[in-house]
Design a protein around this ligand. Structure first.
Ligand SMILES: NC(=O)c1ccc[n+]([C@@H]2O[C@H](COP(=O)([O-])OP(=O)(O)OC[C@H]3O[C@@H](n4cnc5c(N)ncnc54)[C@H](O)[C@@H]3O)[C@@H](O)[C@H]2O)c1
Length: 260
């Protein structure tokens, strides 16, 4: 059990990548606070069509321990409450996984100011706020970890002015927080997934999905567990000297491009 006695918070933990991360951390003994705007898992039109149980139920079925705390990551008071309640009940935070996010890739003319603010408010400001309120507690952990879920879109154009910019911001925020936590022995890393089979892909066409498989040298879409296992590595003692990085987990999609 690599994470025995550690307390992890996973935002956006009800569905998709966050759910897989919560389960992977729990399988190694962490107590997982699953946080999300909705407790029910999303059911996509292409992927996760048959997912019905809550993440905490899945954790319990495997003999793990966890609880659900509702939180909208665009709401500062809600984030303060998530951290406060966790400390009240468990008196520690060892691992924070900032995973909650939304996606649209429309261009500058199609993207309204409200939609831009909403996306950045969840994907970037939400990561900043959870970090801000969790850091004083993570500093006290001997094995403090923050893992931010960014995207391959952080590095190149084509992901729209809101989504790609928010994820590029998360990559930089990761490096900045890594410097802040290093004197306290904690690490801060990002994971940049390629295209992963979750309900977030509902806005894509079947042709988009086929094209993304063809652009991937290891020719399949990623599975949520591909990211769950990468997060488990970064959370574990095996990664104690890795900080400030953005780990690309994309089946090689970025390999032919100049920046990754
Ligand atoms: N699936 C992919 O192809 C892919 C690729 C790169 C990056 N990502 C990133 O991975 C993360 C997880 O995405 P996913 O694919 O699992 O998506 P998903 O839609 O399956 O799951 C996202 C979860 O976040 C929750 N959420 C949404 N808005 C929220 C809010 N305001 N407050 C709290 N929770 C909220 C949802 O309820 C849902 O449970 C996101 O940050 C996304 O940008 C996904």
């Amino acid at each position: 059990m690599r994470l025995k006695d550690r307390l992890a918070i996973v935002t956006g933990g009800s569905s998709g990548i966050g759910r897989a991360i919560a389960i992977a951390l729990s399988n190694e003994g962490a107590y997982v606070v699953v946080s999300d705007i909705d407790q029910a898992p999303k059911r996509g039109k292409y992927h996760e069509k048959n997912t019905t149980t809550s993440t905490v139920d899945e954790i319990s079925k495997s003999g793990g321990q966890g609880t659900f705390i509702q939180c909208d990551m665009s709401d500062e008071n809600g984030i303060r409450n998530l951290i406060g309640k966790t400390i009240q009940e468990h008196d520690r935070i060892d691992i924070l996984v900032n995973n909650a996010g939304i996606c649209f890739t429309s261009d500058s003319q199609e993207t309204t100011t409200e939609a831009f603010d909403n996306l950045v408010g969840i994907n970037l400001r939400g990561v900043f706020l959870a970090t801000k309120y969790a850091v004083p507690h993570i500093k006290k952990s001997e094995t403090g970890r923050i893992i931010n879920i960014a995207s391959v879109h952080a590095f190149n154009g084509g992901g729209g002015p809101a989504y790609a910019a928010s994820k590029a911001g998360v990559v930089n925020l990761t490096k900045d927080t890594a410097l802040e936590l290093a004197p306290h022995g904690g690490t801060v890393n990002a994971i940049c997934p390629g295209y992963i089979e979750t309900a977030i892909q509902d806005d894509l066409t079947e042709q988009d999905i086929q094209e993304s498989i063809e652009k991937t040298p290891l020719p399949r879409l990623g599975l949520p567990k591909d990211i769950g296992l990468a997060a488990l590595f970064l959370a574990s003692d095996d990664a104690e000297w890795i900080t400030g990085i953005s780990l690309v987990v994309d089946g090689g999609m970025l390999a032919p491009l100049p920046v990754a």
